[in-house]
Design a protein around this ligand. Structure first.
Ligand code: F6P
Length: 416
């Protein structure tokens, strides 16, 4: 039976690259994106296997290709990780990310042959970077904080890590065109080379990876101001703002003018519904209107209150309470549907180098928030996203900082 174009095959993403080139960063981004889309994804980091077996640190000599004992142990560790990947696929996994240098052709052939024999698709993701400033920043920002160098003097740690890189450089073989199915990322998005990637998911990963960058910039998420429906506790619809909601629009405008004083003005994205456009209009009319940001479609329940739904359609109400993530309103949407339609928005948010303010709705903000905060999908529909609050997210190399700015008081003061 054909598995169809949109079904995830068992896929091993095998990272390739010298140390400090951003493999772990890329692996984590891929993992977050895939998990948010609903693929059961896990990273298998070879450094963790080494530390579990040999203790927290290993001197650079361990990585010397002329050290036969080091070579033997490293191969053994790689085999243990690959065994775990295969076992995990046997149980529940969709996508495994093998985070290791996989720096020789011989090693990659070994990995490929093993996964082939288990019926697991392999896609190599090679991270190349010759920008010495970027490498230096990576060494200082991430490697010094690694458990490998806990308690070791910073200069000594940098010296040792550079020696480790030099050992790898002596034997490193970039992936050749004849080799395999791969995506090569050169200098964080400057160039992306794709070879023999023909699956649906592979294509999405290419498009995602092409947009990644490491320039810090905030993403601000907010619901629209209070609407006429919010006052009456009705869901959906396309109502205008209430007086308090307009007060929030003004407060938000003032906050944004103060926050982005000068050249770094943000892009403003709204849904196609009246209440988000109206909220944003107090700051700017130059907005990007995206239908993907419209609120979850409540289908036949649109325009009702939760009490009315419970009274008129108790089975539907109960089904949603049991599985809010997957429950689909009759002739409407589920949270899973919302996540799927937001995928291009996430890819575009990753690409943006300017700050972006997203003015949208409760379910939509929950889905975007779940992505940036790496929440389990089941937790997404239950996040607290109050009205009249800005959620400022600042993506960093490993995770996303969050600040909540409560503009409720200002909204009250500015309501007419
Ligand atoms: O109540 C406001 C609202 O935006 C509704 O339009 C929407 O149906 C709802 O929130 C989504 O929240 P929940 O998934 O908790 O019902």
């Amino acid at each position: 039976m054909s598995r169809g174009p949109f079904v995830t095959p068992k896929l091993a993403l095998v990272m390739v690259g010298l140390p400090a080139r951003g493999k772990t960063y890329t692996a984590q981004k891929l993992s977050r994106y895939l998990a948010w889309l609903g693929h059961r994804t896990r990273i298998f980091n070879l450094g963790e296997y080494r530390r579990a077996k040999l203790g927290p640190s290993a001197p650079n000599e361990f990585f010397n290709p002329d050290n036969p004992e080091g070579r033997r142990v490293r191969l053994e560790l790689a085999m243990a990780a690959i065994d775990d990947v295969c076992a995990w696929f046997g149980k529940e996994g969709d996508v495994a990310i093998l985070d290791a240098t996989n720096s020789s052709r011989e090693r990659r052939q070994f990995v490929q042959a093993r996964f082939d024999s288990e019926g697991i698709q392999v896609l190599f993701v090679e991270v190349l970077c010759d920008d010495s400033e970027m490498i230096e920043a990576n060494i200082r920002q991430t490697k010094l904080a690694s458990p490998d160098y806990a308690g070791i003097d910073a200069d000594e740690a940098v010296r040792d890590f550079r020696a480790r890189i030099a050992h790898y450089e002596r034997v490193y073989e970039a992936i050749g065109e004849d080799e395999a199915s791969y995506i090569k990322l050169v200098d964080v998005g400057r160039q992306v080379v794709v070879n023999r990637v023909d699956s649906h998911l592979g294509g999405r990963l290419v498009s995602f990876l092409m947009k990644l960058h490491i320039n810090p910039r905030p993403i601000l998420l907010t619901r629209h101001g209070e609407s006429e429906f919010n006052i009456r506790a009705l869901i959906g619809g396309d109502p205008p703002l209430s007086a308090l909601g307009r007060g929030y629009g003004r407060a938000l405008g003032d906050y944004l003018r103060e926050e982005f004083d000068g050249e770094d003005s943000p892009e403003i994205w709204t849904s196609a519904l009246e209440r988000t456009g109206e909220t944003a209009s107090f700051f700017s009319d130059d907005t990007v209107v995206l239908r993907q940001l419209d609120e979850i479609d409540a289908g036949i329940c649109d325009g009702l209150s939760y009490e009315e739904i419970a009274a008129r359609m108790p089975l539907e109400f109960g089904a949603r309470a049991r599985d809010k993530l997957r429950y689909r309103y009759p002739r409407g949407e589920s949270y899973v549907d919302v996540i799927n339609r937001l995928e291009p928005v996430i890819v575009e948010l990753e690409r943006q180098r300017r700050p972006v303010v997203v003015v949208a709705h409760q379910a939509v903000i929950r889905a975007l928030y779940a992505y940036f905060r790496e929440l389990p999908r089941e937790a997404c529909p239950h996040q607290s996203i109050p009205l009249h609050t800005v959620i400022k997210l600042t993506p960093g190399p490993y995770g996303c900082a969050e600040e909540r700015i409560d503009l409720i008081e200002q909204a009250r003061n500015r309501a007419n």
